[in-house]
Design a protein around this ligand. Sequence first.
Ligand code: BYC
Length: 310
Amino acid sequence: MMKTVLTSPEELLKEFEEKINSEQKIEPLDWMPEEYRNHLIRQISQHAHSEVIGMQPEGNWITRAPSLRSKKILLAKIQDEGGHGLYLYSAAETLGVSRDQFIQWLHKGKAKYASVFNYPALTWADMGAIGWLVDGAAITNQVSLQRTSYGPYSRAMVRICKEESFHQRQGYEIMWKMMQGTKDQQEMAQDALNRWWWPSLMMFGPHDGDSPQSANAMKWKIKRETNDNLRDKFINKTIPQAELIGLKIPDSKLELQEDGTYIHSDINWEEFWKVVNGDGPCNEQRLEHHIKFHNEGEWVREAAIKSGLK
Ligand code: BYC
């Protein structure tokens, strides 16, 4: 006769904490506290939504790319972002929530996505600024998330980071080329930097002291570095990149210190919370677009299920 071994909740929690403390990954079938599961469901699905909503500002420029080369590169980049969404939704689904549910939460405004995608992409230089700054900020965060404690999230991050570093260079190349061009092109590049700098810094979230999710995220090693640490890393590495090609960071308080870091102005937090809470320049447009095309794609999903593809 098989002997049933009953493990108490205290023992399960102890085993879970030991795994976290010894840098072992938590896997989908492992026991985990409900709060840990819910924290991951929230963060990973929001991360997936960011990738997918993030395709919109760039998708707007595919037909207007200035050369066949730049069009092909932009298409490939946007396709990668759809793929990142797929890895992340798949990682989130291992926690027991369906893809349909995630999409419903997005459409109802219950789930968030990165605030930066609620700003409009007005010129071709914005494709440069998005790749260089938005992907650059994303990589800074995602490199640290490769060491997150949840196995499927961590593995998705490894692959995503490889692709994001290509995206960041694609954006920087556009900015570099424009800075070598005419005065109008240089002004266009500077204008794009002026508009995307602050929204990119906002991607890292509120200051550590105002970040309600950070305590658990750090305790359970879901996040490996704090919002402010990552933001400072991004600022310190991006300013020299701007200077190298003749761009000026739109911050009058910037001051290089002896240790190579910068003193800088603070973010406009009123604007940050307004955009996060649904009242940015393009929040409505982004969601309406997603809802419209999700509904129009219903027949594709049905056909895929019927033919056994899904
Ligand atoms: N935007 O306690 P906090 C890409 C929310 S796409 C919106 O610090 P946490 C790309 C936060 O969710 C990849 N919401 O939270 C694609 C929380 O609200 P809830 C982009 C924000 O989770 C196309 C509340 O504010 N990367 O690379 O510890 C083209 C309090 O915040 C934001 C990701 O999505 C924000 N900026 O830390 C180009 C990163 N900041 O959930 C590129 C994945 C904060 O309690 N996510 N909130 O209602 C993360 O790393 C973390 O969730 C955050 C926030 C750093 C964003």
